[in-house]
Design a binder for this molecule. Structure first.
Ligand code: C2E
Ligand code: CA
Ligand code: CA
Length: 656
C-alpha cells in the first residue's frame, strides 16, 4: 500500500495492511522478543523454585515437612510458567531456523497465548499481593514485558494496555479484602496517579517502539527489494531465486512432486541486439521475463545474466510449458532473422538440499550441447555430461592455481629441415600435469579456457616457460633452435600479446628471431584490423609470423592475400590417408607451390610415415613436423636427444 495515501491517524494507530516482507519482518521481531522474554522467564522461575527448595527444604526442613504433593502445590505456578517459557523458547528457536511455517498465523497465536499467560499471571499474583498489603510489582513487570516487547500495532497496544490496566484497577479497587482485617482496601490517590502515569508512559513507549520497528521494516524492505531484483527486467535476480527455490523445493517435496531446474537461453540474441539496437534488445528481454511469469505460473524464476533466464518448475507437464514459451517468443519477436529458445534442464539429485547454483550451472551446460541445432529445443543434463562437466569445472576452478604452482609444462615437438632431416626448430605445446587429475592434454582445457576468456593466463605462462628454457640453453652453452609459440585469437583481445612477449624476451634476453608467432587460420575472422596491427608490430620487432592449421577449417585463399605471413603450416588433414588418395597429393603439391610463389615458407604437420617425408621433400616443403620425427617431449628430453646426436641441429635455420 502506498504510504502517502494514509491519514495521520491511520499511520499513528497502524490501521493499514503491510506488505508480506514488512509483516514477516515484524513477526520475526516479535518472535525474537518473545524468545528473549522466555529466557528471562525461565531464569526467574528456576530461581523461584530453587529459592523455595533452599528456604523450605534445606534450611528448615523440620519446620515445614514438605511432601511431594505439597511441594508441587506451592511451586505449581512456577512450574507452569517455567514450562511455558521453555515451550516459547523452543518455538522461537524453531522459528528462527525456519523449521516452522513462517507465513502462517501460528506464530501470532503462539505469541498471543504467551503474552496472555504472562498477563494473567501478573494479575493473579498481584491481586493476591495487594490483599496482603504488598506492592503490585509483579503486575507492573508483566505488563511492561508484554507492552514493550510484543509489538503488533499501536491500536492493539492501546486496547490491550487500557483493558488490562483499567480492569486490574477495577479489580483491586472493588474486590480487594484485607487478609488481616477482612475490610475492603483501596489504592491511595497518590498511588492512583502513579499508576495512571505508568500506564500512559508505557502506552507511549509501546507506540514509539512500534513506529521505530515499522520504519526499520520499511527500510529493510527497500534494501531487500533492491538486492533481489534484476535491474533490467524487474524480475527476480539470482539471489532471490536461491531463496525462493529453497521454499519451493521444500513445498514440492512435501507434496511428492518432482522438480526440474530449467536454463533458458535465447539463441542468436546477440545478432538481434546488433541489428535492432540495445534498446530494443532490452525491451525484448523485459518481455521475455514477463512471459516466463505468465507461462510458469507460481514457479520461481529469474534472469541470470545477458539473455539467460532460469526457472524451477514441476516435472509434471514442464515440456508443455517449454513449448508454450517457445511459441510465445516466436510470436512476439519483431524481427525477421533467426532467434530461438534453447532450454537445458537439470533435476536435483535425491533428497539432498536443493542447490540452485549447482543445478542451474548444469542446466546451462546441457544447453551448450544443443546450440546451433535447429531441431532441438530441450536437453536434460545426464550422466554422460557429468564427467565433462567436472573436467570443465576443474579447469575453471584450478587454472590460476596450475599457473602459480607450476602444473603447466611446455613440451617441445621437433621440426625438421626436409633437405637433411636435421632439427631446425620446435613447437612449444602446452601440457597440464595436475597432482589430482594427472596428465591433461590441451584439447581438453584450451577450448574451455577460450570459452571462459582465460586463455591468455595460460599462454603467457607458456611463453615464459619457453623463455626460461631457452635462457637455460644459452647459459649452459647448449644448442638453441627457434621455438614457435601458439597464439589464440583471444590472446589479442584479452591482453596486449605483443607487449607481453616483448616484455618476456627482454627480461630473459632472447633474440626475436628465436621465437615465431603461430596464429591459427580461424583467428583471422574477427577484428581483422586489430589483428593486422598487432601482426605488423610483431614483424617490426623482428618476429616471424606463421599461419597455423592451414586447410583445417573454412580456408579462404583471401587470407593469403590479405595477411602477411612468413610461413604456411599445412594442416595434418591432408596427410590423413594420403598414401591411397591421389587427390591429397595433388592438393598438397599445389599448396606448397602456391605458398612458395607467394614468397612464404612451408611446413607440413602430422608427418607420420617415410612415404610422407619423401613426398613432401620432393615437392619442396621446407619443414616437417610429426610423430615420424618425434612427439612433443619435455625440454630435458629434447636436449638429451640433441646431445646424444639423435637430433642433429641444422646449421642455418632461417634459410628454410
Ligand atoms: P596445433 O598447434 O596444430 O599443434 C599440433 C598438434 O598436433 C599437437 O597436439 C601435436 O601433438 C599434434 N601432432 C604433432 N604431430 C603429429 C602427428 O604426426 N600425428 C598426429 N596425429 N598428431 C600430431 P597437441 O599438443 O595436443 O595440441 C593440440 C592443439 O592445442 C594445438 O594444435 C594448438 O592448437 C593447441 N595448443 C597447444 N599448445 C598451446 C598453447 O600453448 N597455446 C595455445 N593457445 N594453444 C595451444
Ligand atoms: Ca600450432
Ligand atoms: Ca597446427
Amino acid at each position: 500500500m502506498d504510504n502517502k495515501k494514509r491519514t495521520w491517524l491511520e499511520n499513528m494507530l497502524g490501521f493499514y495492511k503491510d506488505s508480506k516482507y514488512v509483516s514477516d519482518y515484524k513477526r520475526e521481531a516479535n518472535v525474537r522478543s518473545s524468545m528473549y522474554m522466555s529466557i528471562v522467564l525461565i531464569i526467574i522461575e528456576v530461581w523461584m523454585i530453587i529459592r523455595y527448595i533452599v528456604k523450605y527444604m534445606i534450611i528448615m526442613p523440620d519446620k515445614y515437612e514438605i511432601t511431594v504433593s505439597s511441594f508441587f502445590q506451592y511451586t505449581g505456578s512456577y512450574w507452569v510458567l517455567l514450562i511455558i517459557g521453555l515451550i516459547m523458547f523452543v518455538y522461537g528457536l524453531l522459528f528462527m531456523k525456519g523449521r516452522v511455517n513462517k507465513n502462517g498465523v501460528s506464530s501470532n497465536i503462539f505469541i498471543t497465548m504467551f503474552a496472555g499467560i504472562c498477563l494473567i499471571f501478573g494479575v493473579y499474583v498481584s491481586y493476591g499481593d495487594f490483599a496482603r498489603d504488598k506492592m503490585i510489582i509483579c503486575f507492573l513487570t508483566m505488563v511492561m514485558y508484554v507492552a514493550a516487547l510484543l509489538i503488533w500495532r499501536p491500536y492493539i497496544s492501546i486496547i490491550l494496555l487500557t483493558v488490562i490496566s483499567v480492569g486490574f484497577l477495577y479489580l483491586i479497587q472493588n474486590y480487594s479484602i484485607s487478609k488481616e482485617t477482612g475490610e475492603p482496601i483501596q489504592m491511595g490517590s497518590g498511588d492512583q496517579i502513579n499508576y495512571i502515569t505508568f500506564f500512559i508512559t508505557l502506552t507511549m513507549l509501546a507506540i514509539s517502539i512500534y513506529q521505530q520497528r515499522h520504519r526499520e521494516a520499511i527500510e529493510a524492505e527497500k534494501l531487500y527489494k533492491a538486492s533481489v531484483t534484476d535491474d533490467l527486467t524487474g524480475i527476480a535476480n539470482m539471489h532471490r531465486f536461491d531463496e525462493e527455490t529453497r521454499e519451493y523445493a521444500n513445498q514440492c517435496a512435501m507434496e511428492g512432486e518432482d522438480i526440474i531446474f530449467l536454463f533458458l537461453d535465447i539463441e542468436n540474441f546477440k545478432t538481434y541486439n546488433d541489428q535492432l539496437g540495445y534498446k530494443m534488445g532490452d525491451e525484448f528481454l523485459k518481455k521475455i521475463g514477463h512471459m516466463i511469469g505468465e507461462v510458469f505460473v507460481g514457479d520461481p524464476y529469474a534472469r541470470q545474466s545477458d539473455d539467460h533466464f532460469v526457472v524451477l518448475t514441476k516435472v509434471d507437464g514442464f515440456m508443455d510449458r517449454v513449448s508454450l514459451m517457445q511459441a510465445k517468443i516466436e510470436e512476439s519477436k519483431d524481427y525477421e532473422g533467426y532467434i530461438a529458445l534453447k532450454v537445458g534442464g537439470c533435476r536435483p539429485e535425491g533428497n539432498e538440499m536443493v542447490d540452485s547454483r549447482r543445478c542451474t550451472d548444469r542446466a546451462r551446460y546441457a544447453v551448450s550441447f544443443i546450440k546451433n541445432r535447429s531441431d532441438e529445443v530441450f536437453r536434460e543434463y545426464d550422466e554422460k555430461m557429468e564427467e565433462k562437466f567436472h573436467q570443465r569445472e576443474y579447469v575453471l576452478n584450478n587454472i590460476d592455481k596450475a599457473v602459480k604452482n607450476g602444473y603447466i609444462h611446455v613440451y617441445y615437438q621437433p621440426v625438421m629441415d626436409s633437405s637433411n632431416e636435421k632439427l631446425c626448430g620446435c613447437e612449444a605445446l602446452v601440457r597440464w600435469i595436475d597432482p589430482e587429475m594427472g596428465f591433461m592434454s590441451p584439447g581438453l582445457f584450451i577450448p574451455i579456457l577460450e570459452e571462459s576468456r582465460q586463455i591468455h593466463k595460460l599462454d603467457r605462462c607458456v611463453y615464459e616457460i619457453a623463455c626460461r628454457d631457452m635462457r637455460n640453453s644459452y647459459d649452459n652453452g647448449l644448442p638453441v633452435v627457434p621455438v614457435s609459440l601458439n597464439f589464440s585469437r583471444l590472446d589479442f583481445e584479452l591482453m596486449d600479446a605483443v607487449d607481453v612477449l616483448e616484455e618476456l624476451v627482454t627480461t630473459y634476453n632472447i633474440p626475436r628471431n628465436k621465437f615465431h608467432v603461430e596464429i591459427t587460420e580461424s583467428a583471422l575472422t574477427s577484428d581483422v584490423e586489430g589483428l593486422k596491427k598487432d601482426m605488423k608490430r610483431f614483424h617490426e620487432k623482428g618476429y616471424e609470423i606463421w599461419l597455423d592449421d592451414f586447410g583445417s577449417g573454412y580456408s579462404s585463399l583471401n587470407v593469403l592475400k590479405d595477411f602477411d605471413f612468413d610461413l604456411l603450416k599445412i594442416d595434418m588433414v591432408f596427410l590423413r590417408g594420403f598414401e591411397n588418395n591421389q587427390n591429397s597429393k595433388v592438393i598438397l603439391k599445389n599448396i606448397i607451390n602456391l605458398s612458395n610463389e607467394l614468397g612464404m615458407k612451408t611446413l607440413t604437420e602430422g608427418v607420420e610415415t617415410r612415404e610422407a617425408v619423401d613426398f613432401l621433400e620432393e615437392n619442396g616443403c621446407g619443414r616437417l613436423q610429426g610423430y615420424f620425427f618425434g612427439k612433443p617431449m619435455p625440454y630435458e628430453e629434447i636436449i638429451g636427444k640433441i646431445e646424444s646426436g639423435e637430433f642433429k641441429v641444422s646449421e642455418n635455420t632461417n634459410r628454410l
